[in-house]
Design a protein around this ligand. Structure first.
Ligand code: ADP
Ligand code: TRP
Length: 332
């Protein structure tokens, strides 16, 4: 079986974009591959976090994975910080990575600008800059072949490939070269209030995203007030990003093709379309939210699942680190 792996930061809200871009593909991959899915709490620390909130968000992320269909028996589900080999390997890869290639990472550029600090060099943490190297360590530590992620993470997976190849060249065959797996439709769900920006939990307005915990009426309101483009036709078009985005969401949550949806709305207006879309998203998210709530109510069970996953991951990580240290010549 192929090895696949993905992770999400426990930074509060998980939204429809995360579910469609990363979680759903992972849920599918757990049937055909050996999946590791974890919660990257050390990545979350690259921007300021309140300890009480972070703890809550780690448990929430675990409940969300389970509620969305991750099966902790098939999948190794754990918390990144429990496996110290991730940060150990990140240090080693830091000595392989170049400053220039990290400076080219678009997520770093975006996030450091959003922090709104007086001076980048004084106000942005070294951790935020180094974030993709820790992500490369996450991936390479488990001999990962497939990494299901949204479009925005492609550049980071490519960096992991480059670091693996460079290390292998220098020290001999050590790492498997991972492939990003990006779904053809839905790899970049756009914001509901601005279809030129991706749906993101760091958006300034809550109208931008549909959270996995939004109640049905909130979902309806957000969809009814989603921006639309000029023109009235319900049809995908490169120059009409808002309706294209809504059609993509409709297609994914109902598992119908975009063409068949377009066909159903010939001669109808945005009002009808949005009402039906809202109901489709509500039906898709309602059972997921209910399951997340059930898991959230049992913290002991969540911790038990994460402990069990950490034990399984630790064994693999220790084995790999042993080999890496041998390759580096530091095993005496
Ligand atoms: P955010 O940008 O909201 O902080 P993360 O960076 O934590 O989200 O992303 C977690 C996972 O979800 C990644 O695999 C990412 O590519 C995917 N993802 C995030 N936003 C979207 C989106 N709008 N559309 C599709 N996938 C997304
Ligand atoms: N950087 C990813 C994000 O923001 C999260 C992440 C960390 C990840 N380590 C990973 C994703 C390893 C896939 C594989 O979404």
């Amino acid at each position: 079986m192929k090895k696949s792996l993905t992770a999400i930061q426990p930074s509060g809200i998980l939204h429809l974009g995360n579910l469609i871009g990363a979680i759903e593909p992972a849920v599918q991959l757990q049937e055909t591959s050996q999946l590791s899915m974890f919660i990257v709490d050390y990545h979350a620390m690259t921007v300021p976090q309140k300890p009480v909130e972070l703890r809550k968000n780690i448990l929430f992320a675990a409940a969300a994975y389970l509620g969305c269909g991750i099966d902790p028996v098939k999948t190794t589900m754990f918390q990144q910080s429990r496996i110290s080999e991730h940060t150990e390997l990140a240090w080693i890869l830091n000595c392989v990575a170049k400053i220039g290639e990290l400076e080219r990472m678009t997520q770093y550029k975006d996030k450091s600008q959003k922090l709104n600090v007086k001076s980048q060099s004084e106000g942005v943490s070294v951790g935020l800059f180094d974030y993709p190297v820790l992500m490369a360590a996450d991936i390479l530590l488990y001999d990962t072949e497939v990494v299901p992620v949204g479009e925005d993470q492609k550049q980071h997976v490519e960096l992991a490939r480059d670091l693996a190849e460079r290390f292998n060249k220098q020290f001999g065959e050590t790492f498997v070269i991972p492939e990003p797996k990006i779904r053809a439709e839905g790899a970049r769900i756009m914001g509901l209030d601005d279809a030129t920006k991706k749906m993101s939990k760091s958006a300034t307005s809550a109208k931008s995203y549909i959270s996995l915990m939004d109640e049905s009426d909130v979902i309806r309101k957000k969809i009814m007030s989603a921006v639309t483009d000029s023109g009235t036709e319900i049809r995908t078009d490169r120059n009409r990003p808002a309706i294209t985005n809504l059609l993509t969401i409709f297609s994914i949550v109902t598992r119908r093709s975009v063409e068949s949806i377009e066909h159903s709305y010939v001669g109808k207006g945005y009002g009808d379309f949005k009402k039906d879309l809202a109901e489709a998203v509500v039906s898709y998210l309602d059972p997921i939210r209910a399951k997340i709530q059930t898991y959230l109510a049992d913290e002991t069970e969540l911790k038990h699942i994460l402990n069990d996953g950490a034990e399984r991951a630790k064994k693999q990580a220790q084995f790999k680190m042993h080999r890496i240290r041998q390759k580096l010549g530091i095993t005496l």
